[in-house]
Design a protein around this ligand. Structure first.
Ligand code: 5GP
Length: 215
């Protein structure tokens, strides 16, 4: 198909997994990316955690009771699931693979446990990016700034951040988030390069066949 004079090669979508400790800027980066890229859609996770103020069911998460969560899990409706901070989280299977075959990418904001499981079930489609904060002190500063939590809660969040960060080496790409604009650009570059991988450009064979006149 011709678009604007250039050939638009049909491609298979990819599963773009982003993990980080909370406070590293992942949510901001993910929403910027989603807002600016029409070929990228969000995987809305299911969780048993209570909604925070401002969070909407079906938009931020699919908020479920524990029995509902376990029923869906036991029905095989999740691609992966994990317990995080005492609550359950899962990625609904829903139409993830349908989106990939239509050439749409899916963004997953999930932890290291989810990243590992997606890799195990769909390795070839998965691209994993880890976002690190610029320093431990800056992470602590952001956690303090964000919430009016007592000291013991801040310390617990820092311990969880350490646990999450210990998995950085399991990822394909790592971005140290010194600067939001720069990190945003880095994330876009990763996405672009991964979209251009030969094996994802499933329309290439026909295009080349036409070009070379091969049967
Ligand atoms: P929060 O409760 O702050 O929204 O998320 C807590 C943690 O759970 C974050 O690290 C987030 O990436 C992770 N998380 C959110 N959804 C999922 C999911 O579907 N699967 C897994 N494994 N982790 C998730």
């Amino acid at each position: 198909m011709m678009t604007g004079g250039a050939l638009k090669v049909a491609r298979r979508g990819l599963m773009f997994v982003i993990s980080s400790p909370s406070g590293a800027g992942k949510t901001t980066l993910a929403s910027r990316l989603l807002a600016s890229d029409p070929e990228l859609t969000l995987s809305i996770s299911a969780t048993t955690r209570r909604p925070r103020p401002g969070e909407e069911d079906g938009k931020d998460y699919m908020f479920l009771s524990e029995p509902e969560f376990f029923r869906m899990r036991d029905n095989g409706e999740f691609l992966e699931w994990a317990q995080v901070f005492g609550n359950y989280y899962a990625t609904p299977r829903a139409n993830v693979f349908a989106r990939l075959s239509q050439g749409t990418d899916v963004l997953f904001d999930i932890d290291w446990q989810g990243a590992q499981q997606l890799d195990a079930v769909a390795g070839g489609d998965v691209v994993k990016v880890f976002i690190l904060p610029p320093s431990r002190a800056e992470l602590e500063r952001r956690l303090r700034e964000r919430k009016q939590d007592p000291e013991d809660v801040i310390q617990a969040r820092m311990a969880k951040a350490d646990a999450e960060m210990s998995h950085w080496a399991e990822y394909d790409y790592v971005i140290v988030n010194y600067d939001l604009e720069q990190s945003d650009e880095m994330l876009r570059s990763i996405l672009l390069a991964e979209r251009l991988r030969r094996r994802r450009q499933i329309g290439l064979a026909n295009i080349v066949k036409e070009m070379t006149g091969e049967e």
